[in-house]
Design a protein around this ligand. Structure first.
Ligand code: TRP
Length: 336
């Protein structure tokens, strides 16, 4: 069995928050430094068209996400870090895969079905109201992202597992029809990576508007942490760490020993105000060096652009020749 190839895609909508950091960015960066692996990391900016986001928002998000990964130490020598829209081979492969994708398969995609259900529930006469073709065929673009680089392992959250399985189905059908050309990917679901709760105790997510931005300036960070929901137990009353967002966030950053000490503080009845201050100081100290580099990169977007273009060059050196093989397999060939 040949070496596994890992591929991670990040949609360019929104500002990275500490939930993204502990769930995806931190493990991804650690993996990028593993010299025994060939990893791909990319900004899925064409995917952001599915929901017709504000253009300035998409551009700003692209800068923020790229600057975050770079500031935190993504190893761009070892890994390939690029922006989807810099790789024209990807949309080209997307169209090729359209020919091997059953419409019925797309009908079954969760994200499409959720839109149809929302329309039906709101009493709309058109079940496809507001559904663009970019939303509908989103899984085909994602399949192209994955198959273009022969990725075998795709780390995703639970909500994206079906998309990776669809990429596999599409590749299988392609190979059945045209010969053994595409490599079948597998989703990797992070069972052990932390899922953080947000300010209100629900899962930290942009859609709930309850996030703590990863590189919020110090004052804002403190203000947000002070807002985290707690219960009404008084100082001196023992508190339960297993039912505390403050504790969960602390644990996601701290060492096992530090976490044990805080557990003891909970048993001893630490006041919520004091715990919030402790958490703020911990996270602030932990993130300060990367935040400084992040701020520097945000002020120097041309430097981020250069890093992405260098990554695109590496990516295209792999995608170009492979796409030529794929085109040949489907009968799109030079005529002599
Ligand atoms: N759809 C993914 C998400 O929203 C992002 C993504 C796009 C992706 N293409 C990908 C993830 C390819 C993994 C592989 O999270």
């Amino acid at each position: 069995m040949s070496q596994d190839i890992y591929l991670t895609g990040i949609t360019t909508t929104g500002t990275p928050h500490i939930g993204n950091y502990v769930g995806a960015i931190r493990p991804g960066i650690a993996a990028s430094q593993d010299k025994s692996k060939q990893n791909y990391y990319f900004l899925a900016d064409y995917h952001s068209l599915a929901k017709n986001e504000d253009p300035d928002r998409i551009s700003q998000s692209t800068l923020e996400i790229a600057a975050s990964w770079l500031a935190l130490g993504l190893d761009t020598e070892n890994a390939v870090f690029y922006r989807q829209s810099d790789i024209p081979e990807i949309p080209e492969l997307t169209w090729i895969l359209h020919g091997m994708t059953a419409k019925g398969l797309m009908n079954r995609a969760h994200s499409y079905k959720a839109s149809v259900q929302a329309n039906t529930e709101s009493g709309s006469r058109d079940p496809d109201k507001g559904v663009t073709m970019a939303l509908y065929s989103y899984p085909i673009l994602m399949a192209a992202d994955i198959l273009m680089f022969k990725a075998t392992r795709v780390p995703v959250g639970r909500d994206q597992k079906q998309h990776v399985e669809m990429a596999r189905d599409i590749a299988q059908r392609f190979n059945h029809h045209y010969g053994d050309v595409l490599v079948l990917p597998e989703p990797v679901i992070g069972e052990t990576t932390a899922v953080l709760a947000g300010l209100d105790g629900r899962k930290m997510s942009k859609s709930y508007n309850n996030t703590i931005p990863l590189f919020a300036p110090e004052k804002r960070l403190r203000k947000l942490i002070m807002k985290i929901k707690t219960n009404s137990l008084e100082p001196g009353e023992p508190k339960d760490p297993s039912d505390s967002t403050l504790f969960d966030i602390y644990k996601a950053f701290a060492t096992a020993e530090e976490t044990a000490a805080i557990e003891q503080a909970y048993a001893d009845g630490i006041a919520w105000g004091e715990m919030k201050q402790t958490l703020f100081e911990y996270i602030n100290t932990h993130l300060a060096p990367a935040r400084e580099e992040y701020d520097r990169l945000i002020a120097n977007p041309a430097e981020v652009e250069r890093a992405l273009l260098a990554g695109a060059e590496k990516a295209r050196a792999i995608a170009g020749p492979y796409l030529a093989v794929i085109r040949h397999a489907i009968g799109i060939r030079p005529l002599g």
